[in-house]
Design a protein around this ligand. Structure first.
Ligand SMILES: Nc1ncnc2c1ncn2[C@@H]1O[C@H](COP(=O)(O)OP(=O)(O)O)[C@@H](O)[C@H]1O
Ligand SMILES: [Mg+2]
Length: 247
């Protein structure tokens, strides 16, 4: 069963301090696909990503990546297995240039040289702005840099937390295009509150509610299920209107 999944989160319970944040959360991510975690603010989406990468390790349950149990490992070692994490707060180095930020994301010597063409093709702005410091970038450019950093080392899986958050509509479109292109190269577990974006990118969804994974399935089914969308996603998302733009 697990072989078809690059990542399996199996019945994890995660505590932060004495707080029981995740309870019996399970998420599977098929290789070469995008799975999106949906749910209200505070539901536990970010904690689920942090549980995978080892920043908030689970107290029980298993996390299996590429056939290997990783739930007991340290975050640094988990990342080294080939998982890129783009945190919600972007976490770029504001005093360093774009190029320095990218260079620091190397896991092996030469990572950036090997991937620079691919990265700058996806993010032409970053090449143009490569000498600017992090704090000279707009919010959108910082977000692009945060995603670009995860592409510097060889990663098999990307965990991307709310890439569209705080972005202007035009930049949301750009980010969508980037993630769409990334799908051809890698596997993604995405957290995305923008339902339009989530529904157009992801094949599968898992709804997290109050620290539990309560629903999962094909995105093509969810977009038709207004009741489920309303019940668990409520006012935190835009209605899933159909766009007339051809894909
Ligand atoms: N460091 C922390 N200490 C205590 N509670 C936390 C901490 N981080 C997150 N939480 C709580 O865990 C729950 C899930 O948070 P989070 O995973 O960030 O939700 P989401 O990403 O879905 O908005 C929330 O109720 C939040 O208040
Ligand atoms: Mg979050």
């Amino acid at each position: 069963m697990t072989n078809e999944f690059l990542l399996s989160v199996e019945s994890v319970d995660t505590f932060i301090g004495q707080f029981h944040i995740l309870e019996n959360v399970s998420v599977n991510v098929a290789k070469g696909s995008i799975t999106v975690l949906l749910g209200r603010n505070g539901a536990g989406k970010t904690t689920t990503l942090k549980t995978v990468i080892g920043l908030t390790p689970p107290r029980s349950g298993r996390v299996i990546f590429d056939g290997e149990e990783i739930q007991g490992k340290r975050a640094f070692n988990i990342a080294n297995l080939g998982i890129g994490y783009v945190p919600e707060n972007r976490a770029i180095f504001r005093a360093l240039t774009v190029l320095e930020n990218l260079k620091l994301a190397e896991r092996k010597k030469g990572d950036l040289d090997r991937h620079a063409d691919m990265i700058f093709e996806l993010f032409p702005d970053l090449e143009r702005l490569s000498k600017l410091k992090g704090n000279q970038l707009s919010g959108g450019q910082q977000q692009m840099l945060a995603v670009a950093r995860a592409l510097v080392p060889d990663n098999k899986l990307l965990l991307i937390d709310e890439p569209s958050e705080g972005l202007a509509p035009i930049l949301i479109q750009q980010m969508m295009e980037v993630i769409r292109k990334l799908k051809e190269k890698t596997t993604i577990l995405l957290v995305e509150q923008n339902f339009i974006m989530a529904s157009q990118l992801a094949e599968r969804y898992v709804i997290i509610d109050d620290g539990r994974s309560v629903h999962r399935g094909l995105m093509s089914d969810l977009v038709l299920n207004e009741e489920l969308i309303h019940q668990y996603l409520g006012a935190s998302i835009q209605a899933p209107t159909r766009t007339s733009e051809a894909e």
